[in-house]
Design a protein around this ligand. Sequence first.
Ligand SMILES: C[S@@+](CC[C@H](N)C(=O)[O-])C[C@H]1O[C@@H](n2cnc3c(N)ncnc32)[C@H](O)[C@@H]1O
Length: 203
Amino acid sequence: MDTQTQAKWDKAAPNFDVMAGKGAEKRWRPFKEELFSQMDGKILFLALGTGLDIETFPSGKTITAIDISPRMLEVAEPRIASYPGELSARVMDVHDLEFADNSFDQIFTSCTFCSVPDPIKGLRSLRRVLKPGGQLFMFEHTGSSYYPFKPMMDLMTQLTRKIGPDMNRPTVDNVRAAGFQLREVNNLFLDVVKTIKADNPAQ
Ligand SMILES: C[S@@+](CC[C@H](N)C(=O)[O-])C[C@H]1O[C@@H](n2cnc3c(N)ncnc32)[C@H](O)[C@@H]1O
């Protein structure tokens, strides 16, 4: 377990809803809803955080959620309890998943790979627990390839990574580098907020 990352997000947990729950989350909500509407089969959700995303999950699904931060999951408890379906949450580091190979039909991530310290290792770990032919669905903010956003985001990341996410990750490249086959990439807000759909190729 990466205790440094865990401590960072435990510290962010009490104020996370105030910081995230209003502006950006409201704008992102319809896109998250559309992405999560594709949930089907046995699902792994990474990372649940305080559970702000739960309201956008379709009802009646079977979802195993993880997060590295026990304090985040404590805040999420009432939202988990009110989900009309099977939703369970466990403290787990994506770099070191405790699930057997080929456990899930689909994996969803939400604003996570800006925060995971070694994204390619984390994505390879997701591939291991996803069935061959299984699907990865991501809602992620990423770095920009355009001037002046790129240098601005590189600069901002020096500050934001101390308390939370990196703003400048090349997540689409990371997905490919981890061995997934990209199916669809949609730019939602400039090129900095994206949905990414990819498949775990059959071995
Ligand atoms: C920006 S928050 C997003 C939370 C939630 N998905 C949302 O959009 O409201 C990032 C989350 O990733 C979790 N996280 C960071 N590194 C992780 C890791 N290595 N394994 C599992 N979860 C991790 C943090 O604890 C935090 O809850």
